[in-house]
Design a protein around this ligand. Structure first.
Ligand SMILES: NC(=O)C1=CN([C@@H]2O[C@H](COP(=O)(O)OP(=O)(O)OC[C@H]3O[C@@H](n4cnc5c(N)ncnc54)[C@H](O)[C@@H]3O)[C@@H](O)[C@H]2O)C=CC1
Length: 309
């Protein structure tokens, strides 16, 4: 089995049964053994260790919570309840936690780059779920203010009785391979990749009523004008910016002439295996590929190393 991606490998037991009991959650929230992970503007508290750890604080360091602070139950680890709490609406409380611990708030993507394994899995759940709760304070059906339920896994509308559940948006990401000429197709979309002059696997949000294979074929046709066949699943990665699930695939090119969508993309190109291997080692002056935080890196590497899957 391959190593889990960054933002996966969450060790928490999400407490699916326990979290249905609101009273139990409220007791855990004031239990001295419980741990809280503070956020400020979706930046997470990190320790000053090298590499840093998640800045879990104890109940007595955070309770009583500011009345307008959103907090959610993440799950249990060794029978200890773990929570995430947003302190953005209370700058003084965010400052107080930062001063008392001597730690700092960090952008979650940067945090993901500097930490490994289980820490990033917990971070991914905390950021995505906290963000969803913060953005769903009102019912999309009747407009009434919603209440948090099951520790943040549902929001209930007292106005029309609707239940709203957290969303995950599937995104396909694929390396397209030209088997006959031993090369792969990578693209540079406008925005971040173009700014960093980086080429990546082609990616795009899945549409409703679409299977993974169809989404891969559609996105590659839209962005590069290339027809694909034999779409194979590789692996997946939670991507909490804000709530994506990256579905990594490798597909074979059925046609090879590029007809790029120049609204979304600044460039799409074929790269041969030798160049890609150099780029993965950071030694190519022709090609820069995403770093190991991204599933794109691992898809490209998997093809370049001739991995079977
Ligand atoms: N972990 C990784 O290796 C990679 C992750 N990604 C992520 O995948 C996602 C999609 O990538 P791109 O298409 O390049 O992103 P993008 O952010 O450029 O989005 C493309 C377009 O999709 C639309 N859109 C935004 N949110 C949507 C949603 N929830 N559902 C449907 N459509 C939506 C918008 O019109 C946007 O302009 C982004 O969140 C990006 O950060 C992309 C490439 C690599």
């Amino acid at each position: 089995m391959r190593e889990p991606h960054i933002f996966a490998d969450n060790p928490l037991n999400r407490g699916e049964v326990e979290r249905r009991d609101e009273e139990w959650i409220n007791v855990q929230a004031v239990d001295a053994r419980s741990k809280f992970l503070p956020f400020r503007n979706l930046n997470v508290l990190l320790t000053d260790d090298v590499p840093p750890e998640l800045g879990w604080v104890r109940t007595q360091q955070i309770q009583p919570l500011p009345p307008d602070a959103e907090w959610i139950f993440l799950g249990l680890l060794d029978d200890v309840a773990h929570f995430a709490v947003d302190l953005s609406r209370s700058e003084s409380d965010a400052d107080r936690v930062q001063d008392a611990t001597g730690w700092h708030f960090e952008d979650c993507r940067t945090a993901g780059e500097s930490m490994s394994g289980p820490n990033t899995g917990m971070l991914s759940q905390a950021r995505a779920q906290l963000d969803w709760n913060l953005r769903h304070g009102f019912c999309s059906i009747c407009g009434h203010a919603t209440n948090k339920g099951r520790g943040g896994q549902v929001r209930q509308c007292p106005g029309c009785n609707a239940s709203h559940f957290p969303r995950t948006d599937p995104v396909i990401i694929t390396v397209v391979v030209d088997v006959a000429r031993d090369r792969c197709l990578l693209g540079q979309s406008r925005g971040r990749l173009a700014r960093l002059r980086t080429y990546s696997a082609l990616a795009g949000f899945m549409d409703q009523g679409e299977c993974i294979e169809e989404a891969v074929a559609r996105e590659v046709m839209e962005e590069a004008g290339i027809r694909v066949k034999n779409v194979r699943y590789h692996s997946s990665q939670p991507w909490p910016f804000p709530s994506s699930l990256m579905i990594g695939c490798i597909a074979e090119a059925d046609t090879t002439d590029i007809n790029m969508d120049d609204v979304e993309m600044t460039d799409v190109k074929w790269f041969d295996r030798a160049e890609v291997l150099k780029a993965l080692d950071g030694e190519s002056d022709q090609l820069t590929v995403p770093g190991r935080i991204a599933i794109a890196h691992h898809l490209i590497k998997s093809w370049a190393n001739g991995e079977e899957f």
